[in-house]
Design a protein around this ligand. Structure first.
Ligand SMILES: Cc1cc2nc3c(=O)[nH]c(=O)nc-3n(C[C@H](O)[C@H](O)[C@H](O)COP(=O)(O)O)c2cc1C
Length: 184
């Protein structure tokens, strides 16, 4: 079955960004996709990119930690759902760690090791820093489209998402997430 891979950057239980990503996944699942979820904080081992450049020859990241299966699943997938909260104007450390490891998707000329056209959806939640969160979502989408030739399906940026789980009550956001998921 064709896969969609979720990359969850929040460490929280009842994470709002994860709840929105789950709703997107529900839409994708309804279209027949298998969903594979990686909550980076829960992986037993997860290291950042070492900048060693070995991937440029090997075609894969040579670090065999908990992130490696995520990278291989994304390569074999038809798309990704990327979700992170805004922490001090940036994605979480957990998200950035996963994002940097995607450097192994391209060769030395920045040509991806897989065909163009995988799909991506992006979720960013925040407290009051909506403009920063929006810029982050644009940046995350821009990396996927620019470096890895993904096709963006949509972004969801939600503010006032401090209380764990509070977005679940926001019908507008949940409907938007489901609609993006059904584009997979
Ligand atoms: C360490 C930390 C830093 C944060 N920094 C910001 C910030 O710069 N701007 C903002 O609007 N919210 C900030 N927040 C609030 C989170 O972005 C917000 O609660 C988010 O919705 C949490 O997502 P989650 O429920 O998926 O974990 C911060 C929260 C934490 C714990």
């Amino acid at each position: 079955m064709a896969k969609i891979v979720m990359v969850i950057g929040s460490p929280r239980k009842k994470s709002n960004s994860e709840i929105i990503a789950d709703k997107i996944a529900e839409g994708a699942k309804a279209n027949g996709y298998e969903i594979v979820k990686y909550k980076i904080n829960d992986l037993e081992s997860a290291r950042g990119c070492q900048g060693c450049g070995a991937c440029k020859k090997a075609g894969v990241c040579v670090q065999n930690d908990g992130i490696k299966p995520m990278l291989e699943d994304i390569k074999a997938s038809e798309g990704v759902i990327l979700a992170t909260p805004e922490y001090f104007g940036q994605p979480t450390a957990q998200f950035r760690l996963a994002q940097d490891r995607m450097f192994s998707f391209v060769d030395g000329t920045f040509t991806p090791f897989f065909p163009a056209g995988k799909k991506c959806a992006v979720v960013v939640t925040c407290g009051t820093g909506y403009d920063g969160a929006k810029a982050m979502a644009d940046q995350i989408e821009g990396v996927m489209a620019g470096f890895f030739k993904f096709q963006p399906l949509g972004k969801i940026v939600v503010k006032d998402a401090m209380a764990p789980g509070c977005v679940a009550d926001d019908k507008g956001v949940m409907d938007e997430a489901l609609a993006i998921g059904k584009k997979f």
